[in-house]
Design a protein around this ligand. Structure first.
Ligand code: AKB
Length: 313
């Protein structure tokens, strides 16, 4: 079936790879990329691009009508570390962009939405290990509060207005094509770059801070899989727990040392340590496995091999 897809925030870490993958699946002409700035060459050259602010309802409505869009992936967001510095801007971006797409779907201008949530919805009072799908959620960060509120709105719009919105609680995402920006889990990408360019890395988290992580290929596959799942199989309309691996800075450094024995890591925790301390160290994603057959393919060894190989190339 032909469908027309719009990616908001297409030039970011997830948006870039998602756009390229969706273009491979559905054809370049069917996937429209948009962002407030232009993206890398691959993205810009492979299909249509619109300069678009996801918080501008009228502009969004116009692009959706022009391209006769069926599905929207809302990847524009301010992440955890930056959001602590600009709380109001983070709230406005993260919430208004979501309301825009939810209202467009409510008014039948689009058929399906993907909106990413995060492990940041959990807080210090949440059980830390194997965190269940449904549990205590008292996020202590601006970003976490916006994601937790967003989840409640997604669930509300689905049950009240029949909006087909689907969501995943992404863990920290590791990728080599586009760098992340403004997150707490960004260290797990920076470390590979620094290992190759400088042979050393100064980490902004403590050595034993274990966090849930995932390689980008798995995250993109999970996203496409969820979006292609039959409506009746989707039992969760807030957001699904999603998991692949968990490790600490010390463990990823040891893993890198197997490829670069002289690599050194130093620890200089900053304000991001408190954010990381408020998050789970592992996630129970059995609901996603049961409802739509989720299964990760990348562990830390495979991720490190792929990251170092591709960054070197
Ligand atoms: C962040 O660190 O803010 C993000 C996230 C876990 O959602 N990568």
């Amino acid at each position: 079936m032909h469908k027309s897809i719009l990616i908001l925030g297409a030039c970011g870490q997830i948006g870039t790879e998602l756009t390229l993958n969706l273009r491979e699946t559905y054809g370049n002409e069917s996937v429209i990329a948009s962002d407030i700035r232009e993206g890398n060459e691959n993205l810009m050259d492979s299909g249509s691009f619109e300069l678009l602010d996801a918080t501008d309802y009228d502009a969004l409505e116009e692009v959706i009508a022009y391209y006769e869009i069926d599905e929207v992936y809302l990847m524009a967001a301010m992440l955890s570390a930056t959001a602590e510095k600009f709380p109001e801007r983070a709230w406005n971006l993260n919430m208004n962009s979501l309301f825009n797409v939810l209202n467009l779907a409510k008014d039948k201008k689009i058929k399906r939405i993907f909106w990413p949530s995060s492990i940041a919805v959990f807080g210090p009072s949440t059980p830390k290990t194997n965190t269940p799908q449904n549990t205590i959620m008292e996020p202590s960060t601006v970003y976490g509060i916006s994601k937790q509120s967003g989840e409640r709105w997604c669930n509300y719009y689905h049950h009240k207005f029949g909006v087909d919105v689907r969501s995943l609680r992404y863990p920290g995402l590791i990728s080599w094509k586009t760098q992340p920006g403004g997150g707490t889990t960004d260290y797990a990408v920076e470390i590979y770059h620094k290992a190759l360019t400088e042979g050393a890395y100064s980490c902004f988290l403590n050595k034993d801070t274990k966090l849930p992580m995932m390689f980008m290929d798995d995250a993109i596959r999970a996203t496409q899989q969820l979006m292609a799942t039959d409506m009746e199989k989707i039992g969760i309309r807030s957001s699904y727990n999603l998991s692949a691996m968990s490790f600490s800075p010390k463990e990823i450094a040891q893993n890198i040392k197997e490829h670069i024995p002289e690599f050194e890591i130093f620890y200089e925790p900053d304000f991001r340590q408190a954010i990381a301390d408020s998050w789970p160290n592992s996630i129970d994603d059995s609901q996603a496995r049961k409802d739509w057959g989720w299964k990760p393919l990348f562990d830390l060894n495979k991720t490190t091999k792929d990251m170092l190989g591709n960054l070197k190339a």
